[in-house]
Write a protein that binds this ligand. Sequence first.
Ligand code: PRE
Length: 282
Amino acid sequence: MTIAIAHLGPTGTNAETAALAYASWLTKKKGQETLLSPYPSIAQTLRSVVHKKVDLAVVPVENSTEGSVAITLDTLWELDRLQIQQELVLPISHALLSHSKSLSQIKTVYSHPQALAQCQKWLEGFLPSVQLIPTNSTTEAVQQISQDPQAGAIAAPRASKLYDVPILAADINDYPDNCTRFWVMGLTPSTSGNRTSIAFSVPANVPGALVKPLQVFAQRGINLSRIESRPTKRSLGEYLFFLDLEASATETSTQEALAELSPYTEVLKIFGSYDVLPISTL
Ligand SMILES: O=C(O)C(=O)C[C@]1(C(=O)O)C=C[C@@H](O)C=C1
């Protein structure tokens, strides 16, 4: 049976590159046939799994320069049942695509907010007075500039070939080792893998509200590789906490820690245990 994998579109996004890498790994390792399915936003990409329009979704979760992808965390919190099946980390290189012949002609630059942020120093240095316009994805930005020679789009070099728009400046990301973590999300419960991700809200904004749940992990020697807060959106100053644990939910110590969290959490969501696919196997 062919499985459908959703990703942020239109074709040529970094998320599609991640989905293609995962699809090719599935085919090589498991003989699995796949079909890629582009969606106009990260939220719709994730909802497509919950609504069973596709089997899996590949979404960006964290970038080495800009940190968490807020819409991914917020949508995972909002939707129940999504489980992380696998993680992939991909190097991300950004280019300025344009029909213009020189940087001095550019008046507007379009891109996904994450991509604009990952190139902000370059933009300040080379295009300090252009208007920056956020789009849903890097390739939506490329589509926006098709009729405008005074506009540029920040996108992956691959998008230049796909949309036949020349690269005016290559490797414009501020940090050469720019990379993004992507999660493969599905409905199958994820129980094995050496990372576990969870999120919780706390019952009250009181002293120790965060330290107590964190101690549960520290006392068992479970290392946290990330902690991120997001607003609950209920009232100013109330937060949700997203944690990545360097532990598997199959380990007794992890199970004990998760069980012990309940008095310190209001809502606790466990997104499952998963492995990180090394780049060399992709
Ligand atoms: O617009 C794209 O190309 C995407 O895949 C989205 C996205 C993101 O949201 O982080 C993915 C990777 C890069 O960090 C920049 C943008």
